[in-house]
Design a protein around this ligand. Structure first.
Ligand SMILES: [Zn+2]
Length: 239
């Protein structure tokens, strides 16, 4: 049975190769803050091979998953290294660990994956997820773009399509002159129910044509279906 309190604390935090330094819970309305550092040893300079020295210990605060019903932040005390060889021209570098967080994102890896799942699969809005985590809209949106772009762009996400439906929709009116902004919805009309494949900006964007080129054996002019006049006009624009 596990009895070491330090080890038990690390198990609760659930991150690989980290040491939990301390936990701060100043105010019940504020997120709980867990301070960690990585357990890895001292690296060597990639050029001269001399063991590096610690230059700074910058703290990076990351939005993490809620824990025990509380919003949470992971404060990562990173290592900023510098080569100990005075004759080496290598600049300083920061130790990264992608299993904790991707560089330049404001969320932990696990929180970013969860947020992407909530928005991409469950269908929640960015603001809803940001509200649950207690962070800024842009923090969630940046993470979802970083983690969600690859699966969205993967052609296998769509698979074979035998009949496409295109529909132009007035998306919104923008600016002082309320200029019309259109979008085109692309649907696999033979799936049941019809599967929305993509939504592209405009009424005759080249992106629609690029989508069709992903599965050239499964799409031809005659495969475009639709009963509305805008659908026919879109198909004439792009094929
Ligand atoms: Zn060096």
């Amino acid at each position: 049975m596990e009895t070491d309190p330090t080890r038990m604390c690390e198990l609760l935090v659930g991150l690989p190769d980290v040491v939990v330094l301390w936990v701060i819970d100043d105010d019940g309305d504020e997120p709980i803050r867990v301070y960690v550092e990585t357990r890895g040893g001292r690296p060597c300079c990639r050029v001269c091979g001399v063991p590096a020295g610690v230059k700074e210990r910058p703290e990076v605060e990351l939005v993490d998953l809620c824990c025990f019903g509380r919003q949470a932040r992971l404060v990562w005390r990173k290592y900023r290294w510098q080569c100990a060889n005075g004759l080496c021209g290598v600049g300083s570098w920061t130790g990264e660990e992608r299993r904790i967080a991707a560089p330049r994102l404001g969320m932990t890896d696990r929180a970013a994956r969860w947020a992407t799942e909530q928005i991409g699969r469950v269908g929640r809005s960015v603001s809803d997820v940001a509200g649950e985590l207690g962070c800024a809209w842009h923090t969630v949106n940046d993470a979802v773009i970083a983690y969600g772009s690859a699966p969205v762009e993967d052609p296998d996400r769509i698979g074979p399509v035998t009949a496409l439906g295109l529909d132009k929709t007035l998306f919104c009116r923008q600016g002082p002159w309320r200029r019309q902004q259109w979008c085109t919805s692309i649907v696999d009309v033979e799936s049941c129910p019809g599967q929305l494949l993509d939504v592209v900006e405009g009424r005759s964007e080249p992106k629609v044509l690029r989508l069709g080129s992903r599965s050239p054996g499964h799409m031809a002019r005659g495969d475009l279906l639709g009963c509305a006049r805008p659908v026919r006009s879109v198909s004439q624009d792009v094929l």
